[in-house]
Structure formats: C-alpha cells, structure tokens
Design a protein around this ligand. Structure first.
Ligand SMILES: C[S@@+](CC[C@H](N)C(=O)[O-])C[C@H]1O[C@@H](n2cnc3c(N)ncnc32)[C@H](O)[C@@H]1O
Length: 216
C-alpha cells in the first residue's frame, strides 16, 4: 500500500516519458516518410503525384473496401512509403495474401525494410501480368494509389488494360483521387464506379473510389 504511494511519482513519470517517446517515434516516422516521398516527387513529379503520404483515415477507408469474406490475392499498386499497406494489414489482410508493387527503387528498399514479411515487387504497373506470379481468377482486389491524373494518358491506358485482364468479374478496383471537386468522376476505361467516399481531412482532400469491371 505505502509502496504504491512511494512509487507513484516514478511510475507516472515513466508512463509520461513512454507516451512522449512513442509520440516522438511516430512523428519521426511520419517525417522520414514525408521526406522520402518528397524526394521522389522532386525527381519524378508526374509519377509520384503527391508530396506527403496518405492520411491514416484515407488509408483506412481504402483498406475497408476489401471484401474479407472472399479469398484471393490483394494486389497493392504504388505503395509509396506504405501508408495503405499498413492499413491493409491493420484491417486484417494476411501478409501471405498481399503483394505490393512499386516502381521506385528507393521506395521499394524502404518498403522491404518496413514490411519484411511481404512480397514487394519492383516494376511498372503497365507490365503487371509479367510482374506478379498469380492466376488472375485468384485475385480479390487491386488497391491502387497510382496518380492517374498526372501519369501520361497512354500509360494510364496500358495500366488499366492490365488491371482489366487481371481482375475477375467480381473483383474490385479500389483507387483514390484528388479530383474531389468535379461532380462527375473521371471514368477509368473499362470500369464502372460503384462507390465513392470523400475524405476531406487529407492533404489534399481525396476521394476513395470503388470500381468493378464493365462486362461486355
Ligand atoms: C501518390 S504516391 C502513393 C503513396 C502511398 N500509397 C500513399 O498512399 O501514401 C504514388 C506511388 O505510385 C508509384 N508509381 C507511379 N507510377 C507507377 C507505376 N507505373 N507502377 C508502379 N508504381 C508506380 C510512385 O512511385 C509512388 O510511390
């Protein structure tokens, strides 16, 4: 009983220190990731299309679109520093079910270091079928952070053809965009928009869009 009173100031101080240490570790992580993305943006603005990682809220909304009752691979494209990757794992996607594709060599190094149990593949999403060693009928969803608005239209078209060829009829394409103001969503060739969520508290504000394949 007395011991508790004696130890109380030490315990509460160490709790406070732990809290601030965790907070500063988190801040350092966010700062490192922002600097890394900013450096990539500086080198390839069109390819990166963002100066800071997605907010945890945006990443969570992306991850929650996955249908967890279905089996199959989750293919994440354009993972950057891993904001959406982290949310996918936090939302219950198994590491053995997830394949991450990223074009930038330095971001791939960072991702492999950060998520050592994941398959992180370096390459251009325009060659997706050659890059990922999976049967297309076994894909649950494609989760893309690619900057479709800033990539050259021919490249977007090749990427969408890959997505179309790989996704089964009931698979989802989950994508975010910073095009929040135009009332009509910019169509993605071969896909129909089925749901949209606005995330105003992101920098910049964003929309999560869920697409299905247009079946002819
Ligand atoms: C907007 S950043 C996404 C960052 C991260 N997912 C996030 O939400 O914080 C877009 C990422 O897509 C990658 N990327 C751009 N074009 C690509 C392509 N053709 N194939 C694969 N990755 C690509 C860029 O290197 C960049 O890391």
């Amino acid at each position: 009983m007395y011991l508790e009173y004696i130890l109380y100031p030490f315990l509460s101080t160490s709790k406070l220190c732990y809290y601030y240490l965790m907070k500063s570790t988190k801040l350092t992580k966010t700062f490192t990731q922002t600097m890394l993305l900013l450096k990539e943006f500086w080198k390839h603005p069109q390819k990166v299309g963002a100066i800071c990682p997605s907010s945890p809220r945006l990443a969570r909304v992306m991850a929650r679109q996955i249908d967890k009752t279905r089996d199959g691979w989750i293919i994440e494209i354009g993972a950057g520093t891993g904001a959406v990757t982290e949310a996918l794992l936090d939302e219950g996607v198994s590491p053995s079910q997830l394949i991450v594709v990223e074009q930038s060599e330095s971001l791939v190094d960072y991702l492999r270091d950060r998520f050592s149990t994941l398959q992180v593949i370096q390459g251009d999403a325009a060659n997706l079928r050659q890059l990922i060693p999976v049967d297309s009928q076994k894909i649950n969803a494609i989760v893309s952070s690619l900057p479709m608005l800033s990539l050259p239209p021919e490249q977007v078209s090749s990427i969408l053809k890959e997505f179309y060829a790989l996704l089964p009829a009931d698979g989802k394409l989950i994508q975010y965009t910073y095009d929040v103001l135009s009332p009509k969503a910019k169509p993605l060739e071969g896909f129909i928009l089925v749901k949209t969520y606005s995330i105003w508290l992101n920098v910049p504000p964003a929309k999560v869009q869920v697409f299905r394949k247009k079946l002819t």
